[in-house]
Write a protein that binds this ligand. Structure first.
Ligand code: DQA
Length: 226
């Protein structure tokens, strides 16, 4: 597998691959938000940047912008695994547990592409037991289990950090972040507790989730806290 997540991977999230040169100085990986892009497969095939790619094709039902059928969405995602620069893909945990993602998972495995199984809560932060269950299930199905919640206060962020710490110290590869203003600091702090992916836009005006820092700021904060 070309990319592993054995240490923290700073990821520049974008819908425009021409952002990549601006990300090189700080990022290890580019998350290409196919669902927010025009002609995403053609853009990926034409990509000649230096950073490897994590391909994400987020549906509207998981907070993204892809509003076609799930079968088409996952077929497009599967197609990206044949592209040299694509070293990881993001698959929604809900698609995985429903059995809808079997073909894309199999393709990724065959082509040695890493899988991030992701779950999002755009409304709030479930209790610690539920966070633990969701993230554990995500870890069971993929190389990285990812959980993004929406924090309203410090109780929420602490619960997320506690679960991150528990699962990471048990040997799981996790990525966590709390969205929203109250959660911003977790983007810098969660890596200290074992989170292995941090997402940030190259251009702060183009954030892909609420509460993100820009790439340069996140790079600086994470390196200071290490
Ligand atoms: O799932 C995630 C995490 C994220 O939502 C965040 O909060 O940084 C940003 C998304 O681009 C990415 O796909």
């Amino acid at each position: 597998m070309a990319i592993d997540f054995d240490s923290f991977v700073l990821t520049a999230a974008t819908a425009d691959l021409s952002d990549e040169p601006g990300a090189r100085g700080h990022a290890d990986l580019v998350e290409f938000r196919m669902d927010m892009a025009d002609g995403p497969l053609a853009a990926l095939k034409a990509y000649d940047g230096e950073l490897p790619i994590l391909a994400t094709n987020r549906p509207t039902w998981e907070g993204g912008e892809y509003d076609g059928t799930d079968a088409d969405r996952l077929t497009d995602l599967a197609e990206t695994t044949a592209i040299e620069a694509v070293e990881a893909i993001d698959v929604e945990l809900e698609s995985i547990t429903a059995g809808d993602a079997d073909a894309v998972l199999e393709m990724a495995r065959e082509r040695d592409v890493a899988v991030v199984a992701s779950a999002h809560d755009f409304e709030g932060t479930p209790d610690e037991i539920e966070l633990m269950e969701t993230l554990t299930t995500a870890c069971e199905h993929a190389d990285v289990g990812k959980l993004a919640v929406t924090a309203k206060d410090r109780d929420d962020t602490l619960a997320l950090l506690a679960v991150t710490h528990k699962l990471a110290t048990d040997g799981n590869t996790v990525a966590t972040m709390a969205m929203g203003e109250a959660g911003s600091h977790t983007r810098a702090v969660a890596p200290v507790y074992g989170s292995r992916i941090g997402y940030a836009p190259v251009d702060p005006a183009e954030a892909t989730a609420p509460g993100q820092y820009d790439l340069e700021t996140l790079a600086e904060l994470v390196s200071q806290l290490e």
